[in-house]
Every structure is written in C-alpha cells, then in structure tokens.
Design a protein around this ligand. Structure first.
Ligand code: ASP
Length: 439
C-alpha cells in the first residue's frame, strides 16, 4: 500500500502543527511521499508565508525596502526550526533568495520559496529525502503543465526512493525558470505525485474533517460528507464549495486513485472520500448544497418566439460576442431568460441589449438583478422520487419565492434561482428538510 500525503498551510503553520504532521506520517508505513504547502495562518488574522513572499518580492524588485518583510519570513522558518530542535540552517537559502529577489527572478520564483523552504525543513525533521519540485514537475513553453514529461521523470525519480518530501505548488519551465500553479496549487502537486507513484490513496490533510454538506458560515455545524463522487464534487465546487483545488482532480481521477480529505487536528476523523463511482449510498438523499450570489437574468419576450428558427442562437451570440459566458437558460414558449454573472454583465450591458434588439426584435427585454443560485447535488436523487417536490415545499414553507429551476439531464443536480435576500433562508430550508428531517 502506498499513500501520498499532502499537508496544507495551516497543517504546517507552526512547530506545534509540524509535530502533529510528524505523528500522522510516522503512524502509517504506507505514507511514503509527502507534499507540503508553505506555512499558512496560525490564527485568523495571521499572514501566510506565501503572501509575505509576494509582498517581499514586490518591494525588492522595485528597489524598495524589503528587509522588514524578509525578516518576518526568516522568523517564521527559524521559529519552527528552533522549536523543533532541528540543526538545519536555511541561512544560505535565504541569501540566494534575497539575491534572486533583487535580481527580479520572478513572482512565481518568489512564491515557490514558501514550499521549497518548508519542504527542506520537513524533510530534515522526518529524516526523508528532499526532492526539489523544479527537477520533477514541468511546464511547457506556454506555461501549461506538461503531464507526460512530469509523469515520466517523476515516476523514474521516485521508483527507488522509499520516502521523500516533494514541495508543492511549483515546477520549472523549459528555460529553467520557476513557475507555480494557481493559488492553493499544492493540492495539484499531491495529485501529480500520487499518479506518478500509482498510489493507492491520495490523502489531502487540511484543517477541516472533510467536505461539509453545506457552508458552515450559513448552516450551524453541518454534517460531513463521507463519500462523494468526482462529478458531485465538480458541481459543488463550481457553485462555491472550496476545500480542494479544482485541478487536483484530473491526475488521480484518470488513474482511479481516491482522494481522502483529512483533518490534521483530528486525525481520527474519517474525513471525506472522493471517488470515481461508488455503490455506497449517501447518508441523505442529497450529497451537498452550495450556492453563489451575484447573478442577473435577462428576460426576453417575443410573441411566437417558439416558431422562430435560430432565435436562441442569435440571443446567445450577443453574449458570446461580448465575452460573457452564460450559466443557465430557462425558457418558456414565448420567453427565454439568460442567467449571467452580474459583474461580467454590467460592463457590457448596453452592448448586449442593443445587439439583442437589433438581431432578434423582441417585444420586450427586462433585467432582474440580485439573483442567487443554489445547487442541490446528489447521486442519490436519481433513484428517489419526490426530491424536487420536497425542495419546493420546503422553500414554500420558508416563504421563499423560486425564480428559476433547472434540473440537469444527469439528475445529479437541481439548480434553483432565488432572490439574493432569500439565499440563506433557502439554503437552511433545504438543509433542514434533507439532513435534519431525513434519517
Ligand atoms: N502556498 C500556496 C498558496 O498559499 C499554495 C498552497 O498552499 O497550496 O496558495
């Protein structure tokens, strides 16, 4: 059994957290390859080392005073090293880093040092080999991740290595400069390493005990999702649920490697298993609920619209021309509505409306703003009658007016549009009816 374990920033924010990580790794022989993030926040208004590095680089590369931030960065690492009683010194690394910052080695290089240095400290603490991600993770000339080259090099490099620490978040370009993934990208590195070593499991250690059925900022103590499929996860993440970087799914999904989201602060909790498919029934009919605010609908009306060939295409073309992608498009016989992100639409509003008028000659166009979308997601809905009925009666009881309904053909999700002001009330009503009422 081989496990790749990735630890997020809060799991490695202090010496105390490092100790927990040590115990977790050493308690299971299968945990052979470790991917760390940079030290994250120790308390809520703390600053992540990655953010300090961006700030330090911005100052250094502009010839401004970067020393105070650099000192803070050094303090974070030296604090961890000293508290753990390690003998490793990062002084040489700090000197190289400083020279490169002043020499404008690039923002990505700067940010990558967070993981690089943390990886060196963790490798020393664990007594494992440190492998610089720049030597095994590659991007192509266009800055896209080079999956084939990486997989080949990384699997060969790790073939005879029993234990290793490979820092997350970055790799190298063909010209040897450093490039990072987008923020939170250590998740992606973990997934790439899991694929390369054909791991049985990719454990992603963070500070929550898995994906929650609903957003804890809205629902008190929501339940944890025990098992979720990649498709369900995609629906929920798209609608705003965040725990895992979206790109972390692709490498492992192709190989059928499950991801287990685990909590460094409560390692005995089972966490959430993310799998390709499963026969395990979800605890409730729904797997999760997520939502986003900030949409508008453009409602178009025209008599005999239904018999006009190409009407929908002409309308959507106007959005496309203006670089606006649409979310949903519910329609009636003589009406159609296009749901788009308010922020994207506002800047191009008049161009789009004029275009629709010119090309489709509608009877009227009305805009309704401040719409929120809620996605109710669950593989369990396919086999269960009455799910939609329960959602809508719960919403009616909560006095929430439904503006739009959209059920995907997969029956994996039901999307509901409500007024922004009803958003939280609607989420609570749906959560209650499925999770609190259902047993
Ligand atoms: N340290 C990077 C960030 O803060 C990457 C990561 O933590 O995954 O975004």
């Amino acid at each position: 059994m081989v496990k790749v374990v990735k630890f997020g920033g809060s799991s490695l924010a202090s010496a105390e957290q490092f100790k927990k990580v040590y115990d977790i790794i050493k308690s299971d022989d299968a945990r052979r390859y470790v991917v760390p993030s940079a030290p994250g926040k120790r308390f809520s208004d703390d600053t992540k080392v990655t953010d300090m590095l961006y700030e330090c680089y911005a100052a250094a590369s502009k010839g401004k005073d970067y020393k105070p931030v650099l000192d803070k960065i050094k303090e974070r690492y030296n604090g961890i090293i000293n508290e753990l009683g390690l003998s490793i010194s990062l002084d040489k690394e700090f000197d190289i880093m400083e020279t490169c910052f002043v020499g404008k080695a690039g923002r990505d290089y700067a940010a990558s040092r967070g993981e690089h240095l943390n990886g060196m400290v963790l490798a020393d603490y664990l007594g494992y080999e440190f492998i610089d991600a720049a030597e095994v993770i590659f991007f192509d000339d266009n800055g896209n991740f080079d999956a084939d080259k990486t997989d080949e090099t990384l699997s060969a490099r790790l073939a005879n290595v029993e234990h290793a620490v490979i820092p997350g978040f970055y790799g190298s370009m063909p010209n040897d400069t450093i490039k990072t993934f987008s923020r939170g990208g250590s998740d992606v590195t973990g997934s790439i390493v899991a694929k390369a070593v054909k791991a049985d499991l990719y454990e992603n250690w963070t500070d929550v005990s898995g994906f929650l059925v609903a957003d804890p900022r809205i629902i008190d103590n929501p339940k944890v999702i025990k098992t979720i499929t990649y498709k369900e996860l995609r629906e929920l993440s798209y609608m705003g649920a965040t725990v895992l970087h979206e790109d972390a799914i692709f490498p492992v999904r192709k190989e059928g490697i499950p991801i287990n989201i685990k909590n460094t602060n409560a390692p005995e909790d089972e966490g959430t298993m993310i799998v390709e498919s499963t026969s395990k029934k979800p605890d409730y009919t729904i797997t999760g609920i997520a939502g986003k605010r900030g949409f508008i609908t453009v409602n178009i009306e025209k008599a005999m619209m239904n018999s006009e060939l190409g009407f929908g295409r002409k309308v959507l073309e106007e959005f496309e021309k203006n670089g606006i992608s649409f979310e949903h498009m519910p329609s009636g016989i003589d009406t159609m509505s296009v749901l788009v992100h308010q922020a994207e639409f506002e800047a191009k509003e008049q161009e789009v409306l004029a275009g629709i008028h010119r090309n489709t000659h509608p009877d009227s166009i009305e805009i309704e703003s401040d719409i929120a979308l809620i996605a109710v997601v669950g593989r369990g809905m396919q086999a269960t009658r009455g799910t939609a009925g329960r959602i809508f009666s719960a919403l009616a009881h909560a006095h929430v007016n439904v503006k739009m309904i959209d059920q995907g053909s997969s029956e994996l999700n039901i999307i509901i549009g409500v007024k922004d002001e009803d958003f939280e009330k609607a989420l609570r009503a749906i959560y209650d009816i499925f999770v609190l009422v259902e047993i």
